[in-house]
Design a protein around this ligand. Structure first.
Ligand code: CMC
Length: 377
């Protein structure tokens, strides 16, 4: 007889074999395709990291030029998608635009049904190119603002930031944003990536995997924590208010957004370290240090009171705020960055597939007998 073990939330369960990334909690490091993500995130462009994930190696100059050109050539949306964006109510949320529009993009991709490795890479490249434009233009359409066309002279991340804010960021701000996208790009079997792999394991196409992943990311326990963390900081308002606000929230048994992590149980997420440094630096440069002071004070309190540490979303929220990104776009930006990671996982799943089909521990009734409708009270 097979031994069946029930593990709530699949905690510590190995659900897939993967060559893409590993979280090394002891070493305080995330390995992506053999590289330390902390180092790569600071030194590489988003294009290089996305290439690494799709092709398994960092590009040489020619490969990088070709890949960047493919991204540039695909920075457009079908007219029908723009028509649809204009038909939606202005209250539509960016993540809802994404989870509807990604399957729409599939309809216009002639290779949608081709799950070969080569077609998957081409489709993934299109998705990586199109998500930023969908997010930036979708947001501007919903808010009745003028669209900002992509600037071909800008790298992928810097162009994304430009299309959102309508302003050319300085070099430091561009670097901060690009690093955040690199840090968001891949993180082993997070809920959204697992969702992508489950869908890919049925041999559904990569668009289906991306749509499932976006839906999983939307939840506040996963990607939306970056928005929620910034909303919380705004509610707290003043550094001196932090302690009282957090204690009251904990007393009501509420979760403090941006704290805790299934894998980094009792330690800092290495991505949070980097974003924390950027929050300090950015705040000093633009004369808004209170967000850094507030986050540090809350971090100390949470460590002392609950032994809980911040995750990447805790620091990304205020960094994006200082970069002028509207809070409601934070999770969608995360999605655009993670697209390369989701694609790499869907492609890996297609290449070595076994459908995900776990079992459930039945806790319901048995033995009930069917009663005809007229005899039911
Ligand atoms: N605030 C207050 N208490 C918390 C928090 C929090 N943010 N996170 C965990 N705890 C407590 C929890 O109540 C539990 O306490 P007890 O053992 O007394 O019942 C204990 O810590 C363990 O928590 P858990 O819910 O069993 O942990 P989990 O692994 O199931 O959940 C989590 C992980 C990330 C969903 C959770 O920590 C959480 O809800 N955090 C807030 C949301 C958040 O920041 N999410 C972003 C995750 S990382 C980036 C990403 O993937 O997007």
């Amino acid at each position: 007889m097979t031994t069946v073990q029930y593990v709530p939330g699949l905690e510590n369960v190995i659900a897939a074999e993967s060559r893409i990334s590993a979280i090394d909690v002891e070493a305080h490091s995330i390995v992506v395709m053999g590289y330390d993500l902390s180092e790569v995130s600071l030194k590489a462009s988003y294009e290089e990291v996305a290439h690494l994930l799709l092709f398994g190696h960092l590009p040489n100059e020619l490969e990088l030029r070709n890949f960047s050109r493919q991204l540039e050539d695909n920075r457009s949306l079908p007219r029908e998608v723009y028509d649809w964006l204009r038909l939606m109510p202005s209250s539509i949320k960016p993540m809802d635009q994404l989870r509807i529009a990604i399957p729409m993009l599939a309809v216009f991709d002639p290779e949608v049904e081709d799950n070969s490795h080569e077609a998957n890479i081409r489709k993934a490249t299109r998705l990586i190119a199109k998500l930023p434009i969908l997010i930036a233009h979708g947001y501007r359409i919903a808010r009745g603002r003028e669209l900002v066309s992509p600037d071909p002279s800008l790298p992928h991340a810097q162009n994304f930031l430009y299309m959102i804010t309508g302003k050319k960021a300085n070099d430091f701000e561009g670097k901060v944003f690009e690093t955040s996208m690199n840090l968001y790009v891949e993180h082993e079997l997070a809920a959204s990536t697992f969702a992508a792999r489950v869908v890919a394991s049925t041999f559904c196409d990569i668009y289906g995997a991306a749509a499932a992943a976006v839906s999983a990311l939307k939840g506040p326990l996963h990607g939306r924590a970056n928005e929620k963390a910034m909303e919380m900081l705004l509610q707290i308002g003043q550094v001196d208010n932090s302690e009282r606000w957090i204690r009251a929230s904990l007393e009501r048994s509420e979760r403090i957004m941006g704290f805790g992590h299934r894998v980094y149980r009792r330690g800092l997420d290495p991505r949070a370290d980097i974003m924390k440094g950027f929050l300090k630096d950015l705040g000093e440069r633009i004369g808004q240090t209170k967000w850094y002071e507030m986050t540090v004070r809350i971090e100390e309190l949470m460590r002392n009171e609950r032994n809980l540490y911040p995750n990447v979303d805790y620091y990304v929220g205020p960094v994006y705020y200082l970069l002028g990104i509207p809070i409601e776009l934070d999770t969608a930006v995360f999605a655009a960055a993670r697209m390369a990671g989701w694609a790499a996982h869907a492609i890996e799943q297609h290449g070595n597939n076994r459908i995900f089909r776990p079992r459930a521990l039945y806790t319901g009734l048995r033995g009930l007998r069917y009663t005809p409708l007229e005899q039911r009270s």
